[in-house]
Every structure is written in C-alpha cells, then in structure tokens.
Design a protein around this ligand. Sequence first.
Ligand code: MV4
Length: 658
Amino acid sequence: MFDTILIANRGEIACRVIRTARRLGLRTVAVFSEADAGALHVAMADEARLIGPAPARESYLRIDAIIDAARATGAEAIHPGYGFLSENAEFAEACAAAGIAFIGPPPSAIRAMGSKSAAKALMERAGVPLVPGYHGDDQSPATLRAEADRIGYPLLIKASAGGGGKGMKVVETAAGLEEALSLAKGEARAAFGDDHVLLERYLTRPRHIEIQVFADTGGNTVSLFERDCSIQRRHQKVVEEAPAPGMDPARREAMGRAACDAARAIGYVGAGTVEFIAEGETFAFMEMNTRLQVEHPVTEAITGLDLVEWQLRVAAGQPLPLRQEELRIHGHAMEVRLYAEDPARDFAPSIGRVDHLRFPDGEGIRIDTGIREGDAVTIHYDPMIAKIIAHGPDRAAAVARLARALAATELAGPATNLGLLRAILAQPDFREGALDTGFIARHADTLLAPAGPAPRAALAAAVAHLLLDRAAAVPADAADPHSPWGAATAWRLNGDGYQDFTLGDGEATHLIRAHLREDGFRLDLPDGPAEVSATRGQDGRLTLRVDGRALSARVLRIEDRLTLFLPGAAHALRVIDPLAPAGGEGPAAGRILAPMPGRVLEVLVSEGQAVARGAVLLVMEAMKVQMRITAPAEGTVSAILCTPGELVEDGAELVSLD
Ligand code: MV4
C-alpha cells in the first residue's frame, strides 16, 4: 500500500477520499486554488499545496502543477476524484510518466469510452446490448437517411463526441430528419469541434440504471449491483438509489454480466460505472464513466464496502477484496444532492456565504460535504453543497429516514433546491418507485411550485423571536438567573399591553399586534388571532405553542432578513421598521446589479425604452448557465452600463431604470 497520496480535487469528494486514506493510515496531500485556501479539504489533509488561481483551468485542471505538487510532497499516487482530470487520459499518462500511480483506469480504457460511436462499436463486438441504431463512420446524407428509415421513428440523433445530453435531437417523423440532422451537426461542431452523429431509436419513458463495476490488475471483474438515477433535471442527477425499484434477480444478473463484459472489453481496472437506459424488460448500453461517481455512497451503503478503499487497494496492485459470490445487497439506500441553486431563477446556480448550516445525524444517515457553516459557494466550482444519504432495511424505510433528514436540514445563505428535494420525496409516484427520466418535468407543477405565503406558525415564530430578542436586550443579571428579566418570556417586558411588528412576506406586508398575556401572548395574524407561548432552548431553538399545538422552530436573523426553520420547511421574512424613511429603499432601487460575476451575453433594451415589470433586460452567463436579468418594476431605461461580451463583477451596475 502507498504511504502518501495526493488528492487532485476539492469539495466533498476530496474530503471523502481523505477520510478513507486516513483510516488506512496513509498520509494525505491536498491541492487547492487561491479561492480554497480556507476550505475543509485543505484543513483535513496532512499537507496542502497551492496550485494556482481560482479558475479551474488555472488550478485544478493544471496537470503540470499537480504533478509538481505530488513530486514535491513525495506522493506515490494521485486520486483524481470525479470531474476535473478524473477522465483525462493525458493526466493518467502524465502520472505514469512521473512514476506516480493514477488511482483510476489505464489511459487506454479512458480513451476507449471517449467517443460514443467507437464505444458502441466496441460494446457491440463484446455482446453488450445496444439500443437499435446506427453508429457507423459513413455520415453521408443518403446513408443517414437510409439508416434512419431502417431504425424507425421517433428517432434520436446524438453527437458522437457528446455527453450529458448535449447535441441530442429527437426526430418525430421522417419529414423532420434533414432539418434535425443539420441542427444536431451544427451544435456538435460548435460544442465539440466534431460533427459526427449517431442515430438511435428514441425511448420515450426510459429509466437510467447504472452498474457499479470494479476490476483489479489480475483480471477479476465484479459488479457491485445497480443504482437507479432516473430522477434528473436537465441531465443533472438529483436523487439516486440502490437497488433499483422493481429490479428482479435475473435482470440484475444480466445487467451485471453485461457491465462486466463491457469493462473486460476495454481492459478496465479500478472503479467504473456502466450506464444503461432501461425501458420495460429491455436495457441497453449508453456510456461508461471511467471514474468513481458522485453517487457511489448508495452502493457503499447497500454493500457495506468502502469503494475508495477498494480503489486504493487495486491501484496498489492488490486483488479485489471479495469475489462476486461473496457480494450481497443489504437493505436500500437513497441519496439526494443538495445544490446551491435558485428555484425562483429557474435553478440558476446561487452563490454566497452559507450563514447557517445544520444537518441531522439520525440512524442510517450519512452526510458527505466539503462545506462548513461560514464557507462560501463561489462561481468557480460545482454548486453542490452536500450529499445526504439514507440507508434502511427497505425502500420505504430509506425514504422515511431521508425525508426526516431533509425536514431537519437547515441552511441559510444561497438559495438551494432543498424544497424540490422534499417535494420529490413526498410525491406519491416517487414513494411507489414509479421512476423514469421524465419524472421531474412531468410533475413540475407540484414539485417546482413557488413557495407560498408563510403559515401562521412561521409568523408566530418570527414574532416570538423578536419579542424574546427584546427581552434578552434587557441586561441579564448573571448572579440572579431566576430574575424575571432573565426569563425571556414576553409578557414580563412591559405593562402597556401590546407591541406591533411589521413583517414582509414576499410582496405582502403584515402588521401583527402582539397582546401580552399572563402565559404568553395573543397575536392578531392576517387570518385570525392565535394564542402563542414560546421559550428559547440552550441550542437557540424556540419551543412554541401555537393554538395549542407544540412545535420547535429556529429563527435566524441577518440584518432585516429572518429565516424561519420549521419542521420540514423554511420561510423567509423581512423585519420592516415602520419608522424608516420611505422610498429609495437601499441600493437596489432603479439600479440593476449583476447577481454574480459573469459575462454579459446580450442586452435586450435600449436607453429611453419603457419596460414592464418582469421584462428581460439582458442575458448573462455565469457558472455555465444563462440567466435573464429582468426589471424588478415598471420603468424607463435611463442608462445601459454594460456591453455584450463584457465580464462583470458581482454587484456591478448593469442597467439603471427610472
Ligand atoms: C436516450 C434517451 C432516449 N432514447 N437514448 C441523455 C443523456 C445521455 N447520456 C443519454 N440520454 C438519453 N438517451 C435513446 N435512444 C433518453 C435520454 C435521456 C436521459 C437518459 C438518462 C437520464 C436522463 C435522461 C434525460 C433525458 C433524456
């Protein structure tokens, strides 16, 4: 086994690799960019080396800088994690040339899966099932037309060099073929510099089922069973689970065998994933990911294994610790990916400091994260904050544990997809295991519904928090803990009977009067009065009774913003000071600012133009996502302060409106 390994990655996967290496007694070296000097993976490693500025191209993708760091620290092996250089054959070769073990497959295996067409041809020869289609070199219009008519419609055109759904076009009927081909080829040329396409029969309600494989250098290859990753949004996985709902032993064995055949056909070594598309009884090879995947923890949960330990053993030349017949599935596991992205902005990445972060630690719950409270999510890297993984004796137990964990997760700072995750887990079809890749789009109206108005309990908790804060502002008498001033219950504060609070809730403003009572207070809430009592516990949580119902809540205040964590939901409110001067509310009025650093793509308005509320003013690109910047109110464009193509800082003024 190695003495020292370097982890050429960041975030949760770097932390996760370090944890196993540490358990096995290995010394760990982290690399980091200027943006990550204070990151968790740097703090966890035994040693850390700065490799360049924040942009990945200048740091985590710098092969030379990483090899230099390994040489300088005496690392004998490099774990690439996922993303970045993990599927880069040149990096694997550079490691070998430097006499450093690459903890991953041979470069030839990475290359074999690089082209979709070539991979399909290889898989066909290895007897791995494929979707009926055409993946030949002859790209002449006559051949593509003849092949398309042979395959039948609906048909799917894919870029040979593509991945992740880029350059895919569905053709419904023969009449649409030529136009779709020219669109697909144009996109493929622009995105990959290669306009080769392949044709496949289009499956309309497929499932994404993938097989985790492992191979050692001695020719042993095993399947660690399947994961179902059908719950995706725009080709981004959101929920992953193992085993796949409805999988029977015969099909599992057939898919496991096909995946091992695929791995053997390319001389695979290490951890890999063979992706299949499944519909009804059939399954077909899609692609192979030649790395450890984000969702590997669900496989670890059901097999009881540590896949990073297996990777290290295999890279050190050891045989696989178990044979196929020794591998078993224990219970069911499910993972969700918590992303910093904003549902109100079509899930564009959301950045900023994570002001508050609490994960539960219930039975069967695992949290993989590289972020601590106070850390920032930046534009430079993937916006995943954490993976939340639940394991239980069966699927219902795993879902229940995961739902409970999500209900107890508290995060304030960047916007997140936590509401979507909770909604998916509550969805009846999901609970029944009726999954396919169209699930989120089909249920968009319920899953992506905007947050409604704050419920009574949230308003009550907000007012209770503000009352208790005022009580706490009275100097406490440390020598007399039983002083009525220290017991922070509202009715002791003053004798004038009531206090008023103004809370903003989205567009609405609520004036809430709190009448002080012997044992709490009565609130005049928008939909009627409520009897409330509240105490604050050691951990800062409020224990409330609202209309006789007990509940626990946490209220977080940052300036005028209140975040309320109630069981299973968070609500955002604003504290409004009715005495503050009206109008000119802060810096935002009339000034349209860049919400994050990025590039201006297009300016859609001109000076002097009248715009309606919600009108698109310009389009920006940030974190690889296009975002439309809209008018917050009706007005007239008084100045355009940016130009298409310009790189702008976070908070830069883009347009001003009168
Ligand atoms: C397909 C398909 C339907 N029919 N191929 C999308 C990404 C790429 N890896 C494969 N993809 C698909 N290929 C045929 N012949 C539907 C998809 C697809 C998809 C696949 C897996 C997971 C999510 C998906 C979402 C949309 C489309």
